[in-house]
Design a protein around this ligand. Structure first.
Ligand SMILES: NC(=O)c1ccc[n+]([C@@H]2O[C@H](COP(=O)([O-])OP(=O)(O)OC[C@H]3O[C@@H](n4cnc5c(N)ncnc54)[C@H](OP(=O)(O)O)[C@@H]3O)[C@@H](O)[C@H]2O)c1
Length: 498
């Protein structure tokens, strides 16, 4: 445990929890005493009773009393005990006779369903009566919306409170704890992934919760799954870089409608919308930008500060189309051709592979720039529906490799083909790529897909999905902050991460 404590210190912990009940049963009290005496960081000594939690962890009452008494005698900074232990008469005497140690009294709440603020309030009052300095609630939650009463409790509780929602949907109980007045935040050591717990390294390097306060605006990515999202590593440093008081967190959401009807506070200021919620989120908005409305998908929602209304946008469209236009422009300049027409896509044949969320954004964008859009999708019906929506053309997927009405076309892959782990795949054979002047791939993992490599080999100008990712993130950041986005800073961050 001393080695782990050193590691915690290296990773930037201010405080460690020494879970004595998890030590080997043979650990002699003299070893435990040495551990307490040699601690190198302020500590919480906890001893959990076997009966008090669902887990198999835990020890017997006699050992518990012996260990906690020792910690109190040695003036360890905090001693944590179960409510059941704190209510015992002999422990009451110890609690009231303590000198410097602060007492944390904890309870596990597993009510099934969303906990009510009344129930939590009553429990806190009972726990406080034990003489506790700090109350800790560990609460089992099924959905992210179950955390709303917990944040309310944190905001209004008169006693120092630690609230820890257990499980992967509970993660924001830690990340947003300081905003709502939580006493402390837990993080896991050594980058270990524990559902519901941020890693200590992410707390120190990404979220930097020391900058969070009651005025901090909350942003996040509403998605399921959400763990893969690069949003937190991009938006949090960008907020600090621009001295904007915001935090951006992963929001593991099952029901997008319920999420937006639960978190209605003005402090929940903006959201990125990810898989699979982009289409369903349109109905959650009070207003939708006309382009996003025609695409039928939003990837960004802002709570408008003046009236609290939710306004939906789609930054994927402009991000992908402007990246392709810029590539075309550079190519033409490189070839000594200067163009003054509004969009270089006007009049071009734009071959689109994919008709999902990204495909829809590209199709509407290309059409709005005056391109002739031809859609190929594995599911032909979906291709036809999208073609109909934009007055474009759909062709059977099998015809893609032979399709060559002219040279100098634009190819955009908005299907998942070529995405990790299938990075050896490409939607179209290399030979067929010769008909294309510019090739864009929305896939950004890997950064240099097989499609892009082969397109470059046959002389096409290539545009990576990373460029689209950067541009849509810049668009979101501008909407989030109502100001400018630090483009060079965000670009550098993204390129370092991919
Ligand atoms: N660079 C960026 O910023 C950015 C932004 C958004 C998305 N993307 C990327 O774009 C890709 C599509 O994302 P999305 O949001 O549009 O997903 P989506 O809505 O789930 O659509 C997936 C698309 O891929 C097609 N597809 C999937 N597997 C296929 C296969 N094995 N063979 C042929 N077609 C296949 C689907 O065809 P069916 O209709 O036949 O199922 C559909 O057209 C992903 O790789 C995503 O990472 C990138």
């Amino acid at each position: 445990m001393l080695a782990s404590m050193e590691k915690a210190k290296e990773e930037g912990a201010d405080l460690v929890e020494l879970c004595v009940d998890s030590m080997a049963p043979s650990s002699h009290i003299s070893h435990i005493q040495t551990l307490f005496k040699q601690r190198t960081l302020p500590s919480i000594v906890s001893y959990r009773l076997k009966s008090s939690r669902k887990s198999s962890r835990g020890g017997c009452k006699n050992s518990c009393f012996q260990v906690l008494k020792l910690a109190l005698d040695l003036d360890v900074e905090f001693v944590e005990m179960d409510y059941e232990v704190a209510s015992d008469m002999s422990m009451c005497e110890l609690i009231h006779g303590r000198s410097n140690t602060k007492i944390i009294v904890s309870s596990y709440v597993n009510g099934g369903g969303r906990p009510s603020t009344e129930k939590l309030g009553d429990l806190i009052a009972c726990m406080q009566a034990t003489g506790a300095d700090v109350i800790k609630l560990e609460i089992a939650v099924d959905y992210i919306t179950d955390l709303a009463p917990i944040f309310q409790m944190l905001t209004y509780c008169q006693v120092p409170l630690i609230a820890m929602a257990v499980g992967s949907r509970g993660l924001i109980s830690q990340l947003l704890g300081p905003k709502f007045g939580g006493f402390l935040v837990y993080g896991s050591l050594g980058g270990k992934s524990v559902p519901g717990l941020p890693t200590l390294l992410s707390l120190k390097q990404i979220y930097k919760l020391e900058h969070t306060n009651a005025d901090t605006k909350v942003f996040g990515v509403v998605s399921n799954p959400v763990g893969h999202s690069k949003g937190p590593i991009l938006h949090n440093p960008a907020f600090r870089h621009t001295q904007y008081n915001g935090i951006y967190v992963p929001l593991l959401v099952d029901d997008v409608k319920e999420f937006f009807t639960t978190y209605t506070g003005i402090d929940f200021a903006g959201f990125s919308i990810g898989i699979p919620h982009k289409e369903a989120a349109v109905a959650c908005c009070d207003e939708v930008h006309p382009l996003a409305k025609s695409i039928g998908a939003v990837n960004t929602i802002i709570r408008r500060p003046i009236d609290g209304k939710l306004v939906g946008y789609n930054t994927d469209c402009e991000a992908s189309i402007s990246a392709i236009e810029d590539a075309l422009r550079e190519r033409q300049v490189g070839n000594g051709v200067a163009s003054h027409i509004t969009s270089l896509l006007a009049g071009k044949t734009f071959v689109l592979v994919g008709a999902g969320g990204a495909g829809r954004a590209l199709a509407f964008g290309a059409k709005s720039r005056g391109a002739r859009v031809v859609i190929f999708n594995r599911n032909y019906e979906r291709a036809k529906a999208l073609a109909h929506a934009i007055s474009g053309e759909a062709l059977p997927y099998e015809c893609l490799q032979e399709y060559c009405p002219e040279n100098g076309m634009i190819l955009a892959n908005a299907s998942a083909i070529g995405m990790e782990p299938n990075s050896n795949q490409s939607p179209i054979p290399k030979e067929a790529l010769k008909a294309y002047e510019v090739v864009f791939d929305a896939v950004y993992t890997p950064r240099n897909t097989r499609l892009l490599r082969e397109a470059a080999e046959v002389g096409a100008t290539v545009v990576s999905g990373v460029e689209m990712f950067i541009r849509q993130a810049l668009g979101q950041f501008r909407l989030f902050t109502g100001g400018l986005a630090p483009e060079d800073f965000i670009r550098k961050l993204v390129l370092e991460q991919f």
